[in-house]
Design a protein around this ligand. Structure first.
Ligand code: FES
Length: 76
C-alpha cells in the first residue's frame, strides 16, 4: 500500500528501511534512508505509526517479513 504519494513509498519499503538497520528512529531519517524528503507531510502520521509498530515488534533483518518487504522494493 502506498503510504507517501509524493514520493511513491509503500509501507513495505518503509518497513524494510527500518528493518535494514539504517538509522530510522526519526521521521526525517526514514525519508533520508529512502533517498527522498518529506514534501506535503500528509504521510507523517502513517510513517510514525509504522515506526511505533516496529518499536513494539521489530522486524529482524533476514526474517521472512523483511525478505517480503525487500522483494516488494525490488519489484517496484
Ligand atoms: S504524502 Fe508523503 S510527503 Fe506528501
Amino acid at each position: 500500500m502506498i503510504v507517501c504519494s509524493c514520493n511513491v513509498l509503500s509501507d513495505s519499503q518503509i518497513r524494510s528501511a527500518i528493518a535494514s538497520g539504517t538509522p530510522c528512529a526519526r521521521l526525517k531519517q526514514v525519508y533520508t534512508s529512502l533517498c527522498c524528503a518529506a514534501k506535503c507531510g500528509r504521510c507523517a502520521r502513517a510513517i510514525k505509526a509504522i515506526l511505533e509498530d516496529h518499536k513494539q515488534a521489530p522486524m529482524k533483518v533476514g526474517s521472512p517479513e523483511a525478505a517480503d518487504a525487500a522483494a516488494s522494493i525490488s519489484s517496484s
